[in-house]
Design a protein around this ligand. Structure first.
Ligand code: F6R
Length: 609
């Protein structure tokens, strides 16, 4: 977690670094800090809380420089506080470091530094160890001192370092945490993620694992693990810079909810040719290979895991292969049944989630074919997979994932369809029908967006609730989990999702007068079963908000309030039924005055275990 930015060039570094950090706040906002090197000294300022707190303490300071580093923190080691905020320095403040990630052997290193060098530590962080280590190895060559320090460090990290005696360079290292370098004119940059630099550069280097950068204002040198210079192709960013801004909406989350028709269309069009055939472009999976797979694992975290739940239903139905869905943090610690006949699908918006990455590596080690469904081009998950199926959602800034989820679902359907068609487990008619319906989804989704005001009114009625239940059957049960997560993460309401049929095995005990239950009843073949479940909970006093397809008017008799989604095949309803849940969560959080785009304790990219 955490975001780092570095700048060196002809302009004032302070403003550029602060601007970059603001675009990285999605990575954490427990504290922020900046260090600038000038006239043989490094000046550091840092403050607990978001970037605005940092801005207040630096706004009337005169100091500036042409080289500096900055940090926005998501606390791991040491509570959020001024003292634990980055940057961290060695004792004489000649070396200063910002860091994203974790140094796993920091206790050992700390004890060694205290014993051998009598170092005094100021903070509780693992990062401070890095500054002291580089400090003791430093003899006028920052690059070599960083190399020596890195040899001693274990863990996953991206760091950027400046030295008081070498204000003409900054050094950065990437090991299992994201890092990019921006190529300017007479200036250069480093950052944890591309949006931090979009205002200034369009040309970047994607830094690989175990690489070190030595950045001056005129040059970026990339060194591999053996300290050999690496030649890297320039990566050209084609995104619209506006895509990373709010574009007139109050929050990124609602903007991103509205961007879903476009993201879905793009994700579909990139994989569909004029004849309606799925084009895997670059992914070589023929009939023989697909028939060899006797098992599919879908592994992910949070919302991406929920996309996997829907993916399981789609792939099992279409390709007739058993699919297991697992949370990445559990997968690799239980010796899963994976071999060369396993297709492993990693799902990740950021492509940097450490648990997902670690699970992917474990699956690869065991011989699985690794296909990833990823939004961020060039991210670690994408680069380490055998094949990538990109979601073309565009940059997702709000911490709560919306458009990444629906585009992940689109990929799941396309993967299921492709496998099913190639294997011959679905016939041409079914294939064509699903493709035609997928093409209609973006327009249908827009009609749900027109109900935004109505959903906002419903949210206004319920925002004071202390708990909310979500229920559904079949694909609706997977969507219930996502609806529940969305609500709890941004509104802090205790919400709970359960397969509707499971209710009477325990959870129904919690139903009482006025308990709010959001019941998804979009599956035609399971509609009557859902009606029974709704009756059961209404009999216990629950207040039921039902969501179903147009035409299922029966819902109006069974529920206290209802919303309709356009008709589509049962398999595909998750692409639509999640939308009212996203909008409901957004407006509930808004009524409760929550920090919607940056909920407390969360970060967009979770690069720690
Ligand atoms: C919730 C949310 C998280 C992420 C999870 C995985 O709205 O966004 O649950 O889905 O942290 O992140 P990625 O998809 O980047 O691997």
């Amino acid at each position: 977690m955490c975001g780092i930015v570095g700048y060196i060039g002809k302009n004032h570094a302070k403003e550029i670094i602060i601007d970059g950090l603001k675009r990285l706040e999605y990575r954490g906002y427990d504290s922020a800090g900046i260090a600038l090197a000038r006239e043989g000294k490094i000046e550091t300022r840092k403050h607990v809380g978001g970037i605005s707190n940092l801005e207040k303490i630096i706004q009337d300071r005169e100091y500036d420089s042409n080289v500096g580093i900055g940090h926005t923190r998501w606390a791991t080691h040491g509570a959020p506080s001024d003292i634990n905020a980055h940057p961290h320095s060695n004792e004489d403040q000649s070396i200063t470091v910002v860091h994203n990630g974790i140094i796993e052997n920091y206790v050992e290193l700390k004890e060694w530094l205290i014993k051998e060098y009598g170092v005094t530590f100021l903070s509780d962080t693992d990062t401070e160890v890095i500054a002291h280590l580089i400090g003791i190895f430093y003899d006028g060559d920052l690059h070599q001192a960083v190399n020596k320090a890195v040899e001693k460090m274990r863990g996953a990290y991206a760091i950027a370092v400046i030295a008081a005696q070498e204000p003409d360079k900054l050094v950065a290292v990437r090991k299992d945490a994201p890092l990019v370098a921006g190529i300017g004119e007479g200036c250069n940059f480093i950052a944890s993620d591309i949006p931090a630099l979009l205002k200034y550069v369009r040309k970047l280097y994607l830094v690989e694992n175990n690489e070190t950068l030595v950045v001056t204002k005129d040059d970026i040198k990339i060194f591999d693990e053996k300290n050999k210079i690496v030649k890297r192709e320039v990566f050209h960013v084609t995104w619209d810079a506006d895509a990373a801004e709010k574009g007139g909406y109050d929050h990124f989350m609602i903007k991103e909810i509205h961007e879903q028709p476009e993201g879905l269309l793009e994700t579909l069009n990139r994989r569909l040719n004029d004849q309606g055939e799925i084009n895997l472009d670059g992914i070589s999976m023929d009939r023989e290979e697909i028939s060899r797979f006797n098992k599919v694992y879908i592994v992910a975290c949070g919302t991406a895991y929920h996309a996997g739940l829907v993916g399981k239903a789609a792939i099992e139905k279409m390709a007739r292969i058993p699919v297991e869905v697992d949370v990445a943090s559990e997968f690799r610690y239980r010796d899963p049944f994976v071999d060369e006949n396993t297709l492993f699908i990693a799902v990740s918006q950021s492509g940097e989630t450490l648990d997902t990455l670690a699970a992917l590596r474990e699956a690869k080690r065991k011989g699985a074919r690794v296909l990833s469904v990823v939004n961020v081009v060039g991210s670690s998950v994408a680069r380490e997979s055998d094949d990538v199926f990109y979601t073309w959602a565009g940059p997702e800034i709000a911490v709560a994932s919306t458009k990444a989820y629906t585009t992940q679902l689109m990929c799941m359907y396309l993967i299921g369809l492709y496998m099913g068609k190639t294997k011959g487990t679905i016939d041409e008619n079914y294939y064509r029908k699903v493709i035609e319906e997928l093409k209609e989804i973006p327009e249908k989704l827009k009609t749900i967006l027109t109900q935004e005001k109505k959903i906002a009114q419903i949210a206004k009625k319920h925002y004071k609730n202390n708990e909310v239940f979500f229920i559904g059957r079949g694909p609706d049960s997977g969507v219930s989990y996502e609806g529940s997560l969305k609500l709890k993460e941004i509104s802090y309401i205790n919400s709970f999702a359960i397969a509707a049929g499971e209710l009477k095995h325990g959870t129904i005990a919690l139903m009482e007068e006025g308990t709010l239950v959001i019941a998804l009843a979009t599956q035609d073949r399971l509609f009557e079963k859902m009606v029974s479940n709704m009756e059961e909970i209404k009999a216990r006093g629950a207040y039921v908000l039902g969501i179903t397809k147009e035409g299922n008017g029966e819902i109006e008799k069974q529920t206290d309030e209802w919303l309709y989604i356009p008709r589509c095949m049962d398999e595909l309803t998750p692409l639509l039924s999640v939308i009212p849940l996203q909008i409901f969560a957004y407006y509930v959080a808004k009524e409760r005055n929550c920090n919607i785009d940056k909920p407390k304790n969360l970060a967009k990219s979770v690069t720690v275990e």
